[in-house]
Design a binder for this molecule. Sequence first.
Ligand code: FNR
Length: 191
Amino acid sequence: ETVRILGIPGSIRKNSYNKMLLRAASSLLPYGATLEIYENLHLIPPFNQDEENNPPEPVRELKRKIKEADAILFATPEYNYSVPGVLKNAIDWASRPYGDNSFDGKPAAVMSASIGMLGGSRAQYHLRQMFVFLNIYPVNLPEVFVTFASQKFDSQGNLIDQDAKKFISQLLVNLVDWARFLKQKKVAKLT
Ligand code: FNR
């Protein structure tokens, strides 16, 4: 059975390296998997708990896409040693209201790209910390950190780093295997 992956970027920048990473992942998918890249992050308004029971349409769409996906692939920048506000904000919406957390029980994997020498690792660990409360089942390895991102893509936005491609391919294999494995099992859910 096909494993449908939803790719969620942590950046809304047009030439985002993290969006390029998701596009690279599209071309490195193992057999039997698809990847849809979520393109509407810029439409998600600031979270307001007054609206969580009746969220605006872009939030409904995001929640629907997450629920329909068999697995989630995050690709996030690091902002001030953490997860960008736009991504945190979208996750907050998608996790609410209480009892309707779209991420509940989902397998997920994480990649990050940064222009610095740590490749967004600190943001990844903050994101993985959120997974605990979200009840996301993460793939631990390989850790995909794309360091010095400005040197790793060509002018068309193609990933040109062979090691990064190898790690992304392996991460995708692991994510797809993990999603298939979890589908057979009764995963503990919050609700
Ligand atoms: C950054 N950047 C950055 N990089 C890093 O490695 N660690 C950090 O803590 C930060 N902090 C940070 C804060 C803010 C507000 C901005 C705008 C940028 C640089 C970051 O890696 C770079 O802008 C990437 O290109 C962002 O990813 P996208 O948009 O290309 O996907």
